[in-house]
Design a protein around this ligand. Structure first.
Ligand SMILES: [Ca+2]
Ligand SMILES: [Ca+2]
Ligand SMILES: [Ca+2]
Length: 311
């Protein structure tokens, strides 16, 4: 009887530890949104992204705002990638007329401005044109009304396609110097994206509050199992992306089309920010394992009870 009790205590401890471990792995998630569908608290499909304000994501503060004008919508289609936790639908950016722009943004809290940050998003260019841009920004502010994408006040960075097929990152170059801040730079990867292919974009930002920060970007078509398996970065940037007084707390979605050519279109999904690689590439397996472990403990407890009843 005494042994059974201690065994049950051990089983309870193990179960508690399992729960602690699984919740501890999520503790450093800053932002996570899979675009889950079904209406409040989730997104409503086939409807403009702005002014939706679902509470199913993690980290958001308030709803989407912007000027999507029916060109940025929630779609029922999910951008799935084997091994990446992502359900529900996605965000679709559809074509616009010449010389037009669309932008939607949403704030997250708390703002983050120090240490190491990881970012990821699923990105599928649906139409790629030479004079059009579809970008996702992780930045200090929303794009001001009427302002162009390259707004001097924006710190942080953005990724997507800009005037061509190559994955492009645009970033603040001199955040700490108020006299020259705003000279946003563009860095195009040598890797060309193919329309219709779903990419996982991964970013790692090492913030140096007194100078140049380091930003590494990876472009993959499958989920890397670990930080080590990411290999060499596709784009490496050393620049003062974020200064001491600015924090990242806004996600900006952006579509523009120039006077020539035609319009880009793109699908975006699974927006994530965290402080570890595991935060931005969560795999469904550990959850299943935890469930199995919990199931095993229930089975063990039942067996112990049976044993007690028999003795
Ligand atoms: Ca999704
Ligand atoms: Ca801000
Ligand atoms: Ca800095």
């Amino acid at each position: 009887m005494r042994i059974s009790k201690s065994f049950r205590s051990a089983a309870f401890l193990a179960a508690a530890t399992t729960i602690l471990i699984s919740s501890g792995a999520q503790a450093s998630v800053v932002l996570s949104d899979q675009i889950l569908l079904g209406g409040s608290p989730n997104y409503t499909a086939d409807t403009n992204l702005f002014p939706q304000n679902p509470t199913s994501g993690t980290g958001w503060s308030g709803g989407w705002t912007g000027n999507n004008a029916s060109s940025i919508k929630v779609k029922t289609e999910n951008l799935s990638m084997p091994g990446l936790e992502n359900g529900g639908g996605s965000i679709g950016i559809t074509a616009i007329s010449a010389n037009e722009t669309r932008k939607d943004n949403r704030s997250f809290t708390p703002a983050v401005g120090q240490g190491t940050l990881w970012f990821s998003s699923l990105f599928r260019p649906d139409i790629i044109q030479p004079d059009s841009q579809t970008m996702i920004g992780f930045q200090s502010d929303a794009i001001a009304s009427g302002a162009p994408w390259v707004d001097a006040s924006l710190q942080g960075f953005a990724w997507g396609t800009m005037n061509g097929n190559n994955l492009t990152v645009q970033y603040q170059t001199n955040a700490a110097n108020s006299a020259t801040a705003g000279a946003l730079s563009t860095s195009a990867s040598a890797m060309s994206l193919t329309a219709g292919v779903t990419y996982l974009l991964v970013g790692k930002l090492d913030i140096n509050s007194s100078g140049a920060d380091t930003l590494s970007i990876w472009i993959t078509t499958s989920v890397p199992g670990s930080e080590v398996l990411l290999g060499a970065a596709n784009i490496s940037i050393n620049s003062d992306i974020l200064n001491t007084s600015a924090d990242l707390d806004v996600v900006n979605l952006w579509l523009s089309r120039g006077a020539t050519g035609n319009s880009n279109a793109a699908t975006m999904d699974a927006l994530r920010i965290g402080t570890t690689f595991a935060d931005i590439a969560p795999v469904p397996e550990p959850k299943t394992l935890a469930l199995f472990a919990a199931g095993g403990l229930v089975f063990l407890a039942a067996r112990l009870r049976r044993k007690e009843n028999c003795s």
